[in-house]
Design a binder for this molecule. Structure first.
Ligand code: GLV
Ligand code: GLV
Length: 339
């Protein structure tokens, strides 16, 4: 039995904290590969704390496989890979790594927005392919993010006005954009501010030049962006997704891009990750990267530290600093696991 089972290697900053607190077993998965499910289940059967990456499902079967489990520590801010309702019922606190990756993620979302607007990727490819012969007025024409040539303040629509969505709002200020936000639970907070306008979803889609997605993935946001949503957007609109792939119906997105219903997309996440629709790869309107929004050295190290500190708290029966289901601490199921 180990104290901590780690489904795939996390940065050393986190492993050092785990090792100082107990026995650590890291699945010996080579970098870039996934840990087989059987091995993940096996780890959960032996460990007191399950430390998971977002690539491994933490479902009821896994939690029931480990009667000695005391908690789940997810190395990510998103936790759609974890069945939190089942965890709560089974007396298991679940933790994530919020806050630290807010600006790193917003930076990448902004980079995708800029890249899609200004055709950075096709232009780079054009250079590498040796096609740049002469400058010309219509070479790689893109869209303004700032007021630019027509002087019109561009509209950024933020869907999901949490930490990262608000980070996009801060960035938009530097580009003289008008900001719309849609996030029903945040409606009063948004309406109390004078630098952002609350908009219903359809209204936001119709008015935005750029739509950026920062919701979590849950049944109400699954395929929130489908053919109906794309049909409401401007033909010049660019959509950015750094949240979770299934918030966008990828096939509908490809259709919207191919038919000219919208103008571009910047994608960090995919519906069936790591797979993606082949229509994305053949479109010059798409910029896509492999789920790297939080990928800076410092941020990934800090995520590892937070993840490890949460895991140590789970082991010791202390309240984890970043518990997503704190109600679990009041349950009989939780107390039973501590006996
Ligand atoms: C990354 O996608 C995360 O949720 O941290
Ligand atoms: C472009 O290079 C310009 O000088 O306008």
């Amino acid at each position: 039995m180990s104290h901590f089972f780690v489904t795939r290697r996390i940065p050393d900053a986190g492993l050092a904290i785990l090792r100082a607190a107990g026995e650590v077993e890291v699945a010996p998965t080579p970098d870039g590969e996934s840990t087989p499910r059987e091995q993940v289940l096996d780890g959960a059967r032996r460990a007191a704390v399950h430390v998971s990456l977002l690539t491994e499902a933490v479902d009821r079967e896994l939690m029931e496989a480990g009667p000695q489990l005391r908690g789940i520590s997810n190395y990510a801010v998103g936790f759609n890979n974890v069945d939190v309702a089942a965890a709560t019922e089974l007396g298991l606190p679940v933790s994530n790594t919020p806050g630290v990756l807010t600006d790193t993620t917003a930076d990448l979302a902004w980079a995708l927005l800029m890249a899609a607007a200004r055709k950075i990727v096709p232009a780079d490819r054009y250079m590498r392919e040796g096609r740049y012969r002469i400058w010309g007025p219509s070479l790689m024409l893109g869209a303004d993010v700032s007021p630019g040539g027509d002087g019109r303040r561009k509209v950024l629509g933020i869907v999901g006005f949490g930490r990262i969505g608000q980070g996009m709002h801060r960035r938009a200020q530097g580009f003289d954009m008008d900001v719309l936000a849609h996030d029903p639970p945040m409606k009063h907070i948004i309406e109390a501010r004078d630098d952002v306008e609350y908009a219903e979803f359809d209204d936001l889609l119709a008015r935005s030049d750029f739509v950026t997605i920062h919701t979590d993935l849950n049944p109400s946001t699954h395929h929130l962006f489908g053919s109906e949503a794309f049909a409401r957007m401007k033909q010049t609109a660019i959509v950015i997704n750094t949240a979770r792939g299934p918030v966008v119906h990828e096939e509908a997105l490809v259709e919207a891009l191919d038919s000219g219903q919208i103008a571009g997309a910047g994608l960090d996440v995919f519906e069936f990750e790591p797979a993606f629709h082949p229509g994305l790869a053949r479109s010059d309107k798409v910029v896509m990267v492999p789920h790297i929004a939080s990928a800076s050295v410092a941020t990934r190290d800090r995520m590892a530290t937070m993840c490890a500190e949460n895991a140590v708290a789970h082991l010791r029966g202390e309240r984890a600093p970043n518990c997503v289901n704190p109600e679990v601490y009041e349950t009989e199921a939780y107390r039973r696991r501590r006996r």
